[in-house]
Design a binder for this molecule. Sequence first.
Ligand SMILES: C[S@@+](CC[C@H](N)C(=O)[O-])C[C@H]1O[C@@H](n2cnc3c(N)ncnc32)[C@H](O)[C@@H]1O
Length: 272
Amino acid sequence: MTDPTADTADNADSADTADNADTADTVAAWRRLAGTCVLLDGFHALKHAVRFGAEVPVAVTTDRRAALALAGELAPDVRKTLAGLLTEVPEQAYRSVVPRPHPTAVAALAVRPSRVAGLATLAHVPRTAPVVVLDHPRNLGNAGAVIRLAAGFGATGVVTIGPLDPWHPTVVRGGAGLHFATAVERLTADELPAGPLFALDPEGDDIRGVKLPDDAVLAFGSERSGLSAELRARTDHLLSLPMRPQVSSYNLATSVAMTLYHWSATGYGSRP
Ligand SMILES: C[S@@+](CC[C@H](N)C(=O)[O-])C[C@H]1O[C@@H](n2cnc3c(N)ncnc32)[C@H](O)[C@@H]1O
């Protein structure tokens, strides 16, 4: 069946294959931008980033026809945009810029949104959806999973406190390109956005008795040591997730998922 979103240029796959000069230009552009841009590793990361308005100055694939077929199947809304972005390069050139190629053989660089814009989004009031705070998270995969959750639930943003960089390539990989769908910044505890601070801890009051407001700041402790004393001191409400005795705690990202689900189900504001 003919794909109605296909344009004549991306049907001519062989004509779109970069020649040696194009490949050299693409690789040079990649090297120039790699230090300041965010790596989108794989088709799904690129798809999400494009959907949520990321600026993508360079995108490569070793198989443009396969990448666009995947787009036609899974993301027809962005197929035309991807057709305009993706340059096919030989495997060797691809590997020279992305040492561990993704199974979809697609990679791109995106411009990181400005911190000023991220801080403005986090500070904007009235807030229509919570901000998630990770207090000294350690695991990069957990942080990525939390950003993906926040994007899915339409949270205002994710703030990390502590040394973990929420824009680290491994976090971006775990976030599946959804850093572009929510504000993501590292702040100190002093700089947290305004709003009632609900901190999650197994010792808190049962979350099922509480409605979480849309301007809630939802804080979660580190995988190893839980909430810091600094964050506890600022907390307005300490809440627990239901858990049978003898189980010590849930995984960090799982805890964020349950809490955002609880917010979404308890009747405030607009929901995804
Ligand atoms: C892996 S847990 C931290 C375990 C850590 N050993 C501790 O002492 O708390 C990571 C975070 O997930 C949240 N969490 C995990 N289980 C929870 C529960 N049953 N109720 C509320 N929050 C929970 C808390 O915010 C916790 O700090």
